[in-house]
Design a protein around this ligand. Structure first.
Ligand code: FA5
Ligand code: MG
Length: 418
């Protein structure tokens, strides 16, 4: 891929990092979170209503610098998120944001003490019902002037007591197994009591949002289960993640924490401290609207879109599940490094599958991984499950897609079909 990429009227010259295929570029500007009646737009609006008084910031283009997405937030130089297998680059300097946190520091500079950013984000990832290379996040941030530590601690304590009272009526089973301590510490530069109240304020504010969103949902008559666990982000400490029990597993819906003071200093607000969170709109909407497959959000089928009305949470009624078509693909990985061929990475493989089959691929699963005892050659077998959300696929059509995938991976990844 060496053609320059043009987005929002700006041309980005290609170089060795350019890895954003046309199928991904085509998603830029769709803005599902702004499309009236779309479940993502309703969810965004409910969250905006919950966080009263928060300034809305809307970055126009998803193109950010590598510095904004990573360095400014303190990502280590060898952080895996930076790699070409995980992120979409336009070139060495510019990329598609992988999270709305890429706009945190510039948002501090606006002087707003509380803000929300809803936007599309891009990541190279696996293929299944809860992962999609483009999804939508919402970033929330609140901070306070910390000049008078004592006064602020009292203020937050009072606010937290009030929030706790409101949460007492919450029917959701919220468990907190996070542990602030040596592994997930308060920051040394913070007054411990004040930082504890800030973390509490973060938890209460988000639990209040969860209450508002899911308070009416009882799966099988049982209260929804939510849990708080420890996490790590380079620009927050302590850090947490929230998970929801959904389809018999814990589904991660958001990450958050108390913002690292140095990050605030970079945004010119070193005299303030506070919290930030980033949530996945699709993940929450899947639970809330009972949408079983993340691809459905991109459907332009009226049978999907006409089911939803702005401001209303209604369960999705599947119009039909068309038959799946499984195709297995077994191949040997290249034995040694070849000129122009990158080391094997599953995300690169999935990227080719997505580029060829688009939303016709439902999931890609590794079903066999074997190393020949004598030759040491490694063989993989993937099962590709093709299924359209809108119609029945015929066998010839699927064979043609599969052949195209084979042709491209042989050429681009140096593999040898078995
Ligand atoms: C982040 O992106 C951090 N920026 C969140 C954050 C913000 C932390 C501010 C601290 C302060 P993470 O990579 O865990 O974190 O993603 C956040 C959420 O995005 C996840 O919890 C999940 O709900 C959603 N998400 C992540 N990857 C995907 C994907 N491939 N498809 C759909 N949703 C996803
Ligand atoms: Mg996470």
């Amino acid at each position: 891929m060496s053609a320059p990429v043009t987005l929002f009227g700006k041309e980005y010259p290609a170089d060795g990092n350019t890895n954003t295929p046309p199928s991904i570029q085509a998603k830029v500007g769709r803005n599902l979170h702004l499309q009236k009646d779309h479940p993502l737009a309703t969810l965004r609006e409910i969250i905006e209503t919950h966080f009263k008084g928060f300034t809305r910031i809307q970055p126009e283009s998803p193109v950010v610098t590598v510095f904004q997405n990573f360095d400014e937030l303190g990502f280590a130089p060898d952080h895996p998120g930076r790699s070409l297998t995980d992120s979409y680059y336009l070139n060495k300097e510019h990329m598609l944001r992988t999270h709305t946190s890429a706009h945190e520091v510039e948002a501090y500079k606006t002087g707003a003490d509380a803000f929300l950013i809803a936007a599309d984000v891009y990541r190279r990832d696996e293929i299944d019902s809860s992962h999609y290379p483009v999804f939508h996040q919402m970033e929330g941030m609140r901070h306070w002037d910390v000049t008078d530590v004592k006064q602020l601690t009292e203020q937050l304590r009072a606010e937290n007591a009030k929030l706790a009272e409101e949460l007492a009526a919450c029917p959701i089973e919220i468990t907190d197994i996070s542990n602030v301590g040596p592994e997930n510490p308060l920051q040394e530069c913070h007054d411990p009591e004040l930082a504890t109240e800030m973390a509490q304020n973060l938890k209460h504010s988000l639990n209040g949002m969860i209450f508002k969103l899911f308070g009416h949902i009882t799966a099988d008559g049982q209260p929804l289960k939510v849990r708080w666990i420890d996490a790590f982000f380079p620009w927050t400490s302590p850090s947490f993640e929230v998970e929801v029990w959904y389809n018999d597993e814990w589904l991660e819906i958001l990450g958050c924490g108390v913002v690292v003071q140095k990050t605030l200093e970079r945004g010119g607000v070193g005299h303030k401290s506070g919290w930030a969170f980033g949530l996945g709109l699709e993940r929450i909407a899947m639970v809330l609207f009972d949408i079983p497959d993340i691809r459905l959000f991109w459907s332009q089928d009226p049978r999907f879109l006409s089911q939803f009305k702005q401001g209303e949470i209604t369960a999705f009624k599947p119009y039909s599940k068309y038959p799946p078509c499984y195709k297995d693909m077994s191949f040997w990985l290249p034995e040694e490094t070849q000129e122009g061929i990158k080391p094997w990475h599953e995300n690169d493989y999935c990227e080719v599958v997505r580029d060829v089959a688009g939303d016709l691929v439902e999931n890609v699963t590794l079903i066999d991984d074997f190393t020949h005892p004598k030759t040491g050659k490694r063989s993989l077998c993937y099962r590709l499950n093709y299924r359209s959300m809108d119609r029945s696929l015929n066998n010839e059509e699927v064979n043609a897609l599969q052949d195209k995938v084979v042709g491209r991976v042989v050429k681009e990844m140096g593999i040898e079909m078995r």
